[in-house]
Write a protein that binds this ligand. Structure first.
Ligand code: UDP
Ligand code: MG
Length: 316
């Protein structure tokens, strides 16, 4: 398909790291599905510093298929960074993300696009019949999913499924770093996205190996803690820091009152006893004002930052 003068409608973004046996097959299957749709498209394969022949194969594929774009990282920066680079480069009005190991099925893409047409901004895949190991994969993933959903208040069965479709306006605003690709629906929700899910196919990995192990579950939980703070207090950080500040000042007042009582009622109070209370009064007063100042500063950042419009219009 010659797309030089056509506006790209669909961008498919795929991070790949040491997937030499998968990339050619993957490209073939994605292109078949998108050719049948008949809309101008591009497939962006982001090579996340592969050390096998992945990049050479991608270059060969690019010669034969101009709609295939390649981004190459100098090193292995991780799936989130690779996806972020692909999203930034994507020109399509609709951006589809998927894994490069053929576990996701490109044949699901048309149904995801139809779902977007129903008025959604994000369609997340749900691997209802997941083909991974039960103990090492499915169970930790189910627990992580429950946790993520309760913390982020996004109700999905399978936030970890990479196959997702987004409207450009939403995904371009989502800032991915660290390992945040697992929380894209939550990050999209912050941007005001309407989110739904769709049951998709899932296949066992035929070639290559998974790049993750069980320790990922712990990293997910750590990220979740940060995200919790981010989501709940993003619009009005003063509410979060202010409460801690007020609590500290209240504690300082109690210690101050205790010190005065001690002075009036017990003239024999030792200097050491008074010193302890005085230190606590100073400590809590200082911390209290410190937290209030952080809250005010954070509010200022939100109100003057580049996301001002979204947050202010949402909080009305
Ligand atoms: N991946 C990547 N960089 C990494 C790890 C993984 O680009 O550091 C890619 C990988 O090639 C695959 C996708 O991210 O296309 C998902 O990885 P994997 O299949 O290993 O994850 P799993 O399916 O086991 O959760
Ligand atoms: Mg996989």
């Amino acid at each position: 398909m010659n797309q030089t003068n056509e506006k790209t409608e669909i961008s498919v973004v795929v991070p790949v790291y040491n997937e030499e046996e998968n990339v050619a097959l993957l490209q073939d299957r994605i292109c078949k599905v998108l050719d049948d749709l008949g809309k101008p498209y591009e497939v962006i394969l982001v090579d996340d510093g592969s050390t096998d022949r992945t990049f050479e194969i991608l270059e060969e594929l690019h010669q034969a298929h101009p709609q295939l774009k390649i981004i190459k990282f100098r090193g292995n920066f991780g799936q989130s960074a690779a996806m972020a680079a692909g999203f930034e480069y994507a020109k399509g009005d609709i951006v589809v993300a998927m894994d490069g190991d053929l576990q996701n099925d490109p044949e699901d893409i048309p149904r995801m696009l139809q779902k977007l047409d129903e008025g959604y901004d994000v369609v997340a895949g749900w691997r209802k019949n997941r083909k991974d190991k039960m103990v090492m994969r499915k169970i930790p993933s189910k627990i992580a999913n429950k946790l993520i959903c309760s913390v982020t208040e996004v109700d999905l069965h399978d936030t970890g499924c990479s196959l997702k479709a987004f409207r450009k306006e939403i995904i371009k605003r989502v800032k991915l770093y660290g390992e945040l690709h697992r929380f894209i629906p939550a990050l999209a929700k912050i941007e005001g996205a309407r989110i739904t899910e769709l049951v998709v196919k899932h296949h066992a990995r035929k070639f290559g190996v998974s790049k993750y192990n069980i320790t990922r579950t712990f990293r997910v939980i750590m990220d979740l803690t940060t995200l919790n703070l981010f989501i709940k207090h993003l619009k009005k950080p003063i509410h979060f820091f202010g409460i801690i500040g007020v609590f500290c000042l209240f504690a300082a007042a109690i210690f101050g009152a205790g010190m005065l009582c001690m002075l009036f009622e017990n003239a024999n109070a030792t200097l050491d006893e008074l010193n302890v209370l005085l230190t606590l009064v100073f400590l809590f007063t200082g911390s209290g004002f410190g937290f209030l100042a952080i809250g005010l500063l954070a509010n200022l950042v939100v109100e003057t930052g580049d996301r001002k419009q979204i947050y202010l219009s949402e909080s009305k």
